[in-house]
Design a protein around this ligand. Structure first.
Ligand code: SF4
Length: 361
């Protein structure tokens, strides 16, 4: 792992592949009819990089991009310039729980390892929007070695979660080496990768990349980030199939976003689409208190009502857990609706359709 890790970020992360077609400027978005000139958009674009892949561009309804759930996720909005007092630069407290650069250690048995901060797309609601982007800090070879040494020295670490940025932006050769390094740590039982790549840039899921995701000993899981059923087009489904056919268990994580998926029909369709793509819905994230993202935020009450509605409509296989990342780095807690009444001496249980039933205490 001592090879220089930080020599030309485009070559390092394989960004030359397909990069010419990804839209990366306001001008490019304007040419596609997705934005019109507005000084506040310039300010929004300065606060976070732009990237919209051809696959996502092709899914946008050009007749009404302002209300399109795909465009809304990746095209800057003037509303990003509106920052409220309770919004935070580091909304889930990564920095407070980072003992070594690139590591976040919130729970005794698992750590996040963030080898890079580039992504195939830049999601305007991202909880790390102030960290991700081309040129954003990435681990040097020495820093990566120090992060691995931190994991090696702590036998209680059972799971390593590769996140970023998007770890699947690593060139396959580098990914293979990183997986091999983690696989060589006997107490690491699980390597989990969180990625948007199979959905938003499915051509990156090549045989070479698949071959890199082959630890000899540890289990490897992949959590894909997907917020709307429309994202699961033919190419994305193909990429997920290639991963599943290699025996990689797939989980889905979705962010609850106003104007994207905050209605029961959209969530129902998404969860079913994930399951039929062999992806088990894992988390429905309550949107974090990210600066400039108030236009994406949904109330917890509304989120609970949506979860309740899904309970009556969807198989357990398609039910995600609704979670909130507690600001300050205190981790995730489930915040789904309750089905038990408050009085322990006279338990009243609500069924999935709103019926009330007594149960012996
Ligand atoms: S791909 Fe993930 S890390 Fe990258 S911008 Fe989107 S949400 Fe953030």
């Amino acid at each position: 792992m001592m090879e220089v890790f930080q020599t030309g970020w485009k070559r390092r992360f394989g960004l030359l592949h397909g990069a010419m077609q990804t839209l990366r400027t306001l001008k490019a978005l304007e040419r596609e009819g997705l934005v019109t000139a507005d000084p506040r958009l310039v300010e929004a674009a300065q606060s976070m990089a732009i990237a919209l892949t051809p696959e996502m561009l092709a899914l946008i309804d050009r007749t009404d991009p302002a209300h399109d759930p795909i465009a809304r996720q990746f095209v800057p909005s003037a509303r990003e310039t509106e920052v409220s007092a309770d919004e935070l630069a580091d909304p889930i407290g990564d920095d407070a729980r980072s003992p070594v650069k690139g590591i976040v250690h919130r729970y005794p048995d698992r750590v996040l390892l963030k080898p890079l901060h580039v992504c195939p797309v830049y999601c305007r609601f991202c909880f790390r929007r102030e960290k991700v982007g081309p040129g954003g800090e990435a681990l040097s070879a020495a820093e990566l070695e120090a992060a691995l040494a931190y994991i090696r020295a702590r036998p209680e670490i059972w799971e390593v979660i590769l996140t970023g940025g998007d770890p699947l932006m690593l060139a396959p050769r580098r990914m293979a080496r990183l997986i091999a390094e983690l696989d060589a740590i006997a107490h690491v039982g699980v390597i989990r990768i969180h990625s948007r790549v199979p959905i938003v840039d499915p051509q990156r899921v090549t045989d070479e990349l698949l071959a890199s995701l082959r630890p000899q000993r540890a289990a490897l899981w992949l959590a894909v980030h997907c917020n709307h059923a429309r994202e699961l087009g033919t190419a994305a489904r193909g990429a997920l199939s290639r991963l599943a056919d290699r025996g990689i268990p797939l989980m889905g994580q979705t962010v609850l976003l106003a104007g994207v998926n905050d209605d029961v029909e959209t969530l129902d369709e998404l969860m079913r689409a994930l399951v039929t793509a062999r992806v088990k819905p894992y988390y429905l994230h309550h949107p974090d208190l990210v600066r400039g993202t108030g236009h994406f935020r949904v109330s917890i009450e509304a989120g609970q009502a949506l979860m309740k509605a899904l309970r009556g409509r969807l198989s357990g296989l398609a039910q995600p857990t609704y979670v909130l990342d507690v600001p300050g780095g205190h981790g995730k807690v489930p915040i789904g609706p309750a089905y038990l009444g408050d009085d322990p001496s006279a338990l009243v249980i609500e069924d999935a359709f709103g019926g009330q039933h007594r149960y012996p205490a």
